[in-house]
Write a protein that binds this ligand. Structure first.
Ligand code: NDP
Length: 251
């Protein structure tokens, strides 16, 4: 059975992906930051009638990443066959409205966290001469959207790092793909819109952004889960998989 690690599997796209891949017969290890999150994932799996393992992981903590990968190596045949780097946060807001701590947290989670886990998973995949890495990017990794600059910066950097890595590991048997969703109906999108900064010069623009998302009707996380499944089951996966870009760009 092929093993797949999915980071940030307690919610939204990560949880939908864990359930989808488990139902398709993969050995799933879903990561959670807290025991409550792990229990939530386990309960969702039980409700769906599928099996998966959970482990604790905070991708912003290098020790947590190392410990988690050591545990994963024990649970799998020397290391996971695939890694889905899904864990992420968004702090929407204009460049002038997002404080430095929040900006750093976005980059630390979405860029450095993903890089850390990729570096830990790669050696076993290289030794085996086989493996898949799936990076959860975004349409925001391709287009710099106003009012979401820090998130876009992290995802743009992730796209660049991944494209460089792909060329470096060409011929190794390890494939790396980028998933680039538009608006997806998850807590990230809905909470982000609820907690936009208040009392700033950008309030009219924030209201327009809320209207755009409401008008466009976000897709469900299952669409992304099925796309991840495509990247893991294709004999040779595509470099990038775009989902719902037109709606997210207001076209
Ligand atoms: P959710 O907020 O629903 O889920 C995010 C997941 O990431 C949660 O499981 C969360 O865990 C986990 N997470 C956050 N920080 C960390 C951390 N430091 N270490 C480990 N896990 C962490 O968001 P989505 O499902 O929407 O997002 C998943 C991915 O999809 C992200 O990378 C996001 O950028 C990307 N994406 C989302 C889009 C959307 O419109 N929703 C569009 C394009 C891309 P916890 O439960 O502990 O908070």
């Amino acid at each position: 059975m092929k093993s797949v690690v999915i980071t940030g599997a307690t919610s939204g796209i990560g949880m939908a992906t864990a359930l989808e891949l488990s139902a398709r017969g993969f050995q799933i290890i879903g990561t959670a930051r807290t025991t409550e999150g792990a229990e939530k994932l386990a309960a969702a799996a039980a409700e769906r009638g599928v099996e998966l393992h959970t482990i604790l992981l905070d991708v912003t903590d290098p020790d947590s990443c190392r410990t988690a990968m050591a545990d994963i190596t024990d649970m799998t045949d020397g290391g996971p066959w695939a890694l889905v780097n899904n864990a992420g946060i968004a702090v929407p807001g204009a460049f002038e409205d997002v404080c430095e701590n929040d900006a750093w947290a976005v980059l630390e989670t979405n860029l450095l966290g993903t890089a850390r886990m990729t570096r830990l998973a790669l050696p076993a995949m290289r030794r085996r001469g086989e493996g898949r890495i799936v990076q959860m990017s975004s349409v925001a990794g391709l287009v710099a959207m106003p009012l979401n600059g820090w998130y876009c910066a992290g995802k743009h950097a992730l796209e660049a790092l991944t494209d460089a890595l792909r060329r470096e590991i060409a011929g190794s048997g390890v494939h790396v793909s980028l998933i680039e969703p538009g608006f997806i109906d998850t807590p990230m999108l809905t909470d982000g819109l609820r907690h936009l900064p208040a009392h700033t010069r950008y309030e009219t623009a924030y209201a327009a952004m809320r209207r755009l998302v409401a008008r466009r009707g976000p897709l469900g996380p299952e669409v992304v889960a099925r796309t991840v499944a495509k990247a893991l089951t294709a004999p040779v996966p595509r470099r990038r998989y775009g989902i719902g870009h037109e709606a997210a760009l207001g076209r």
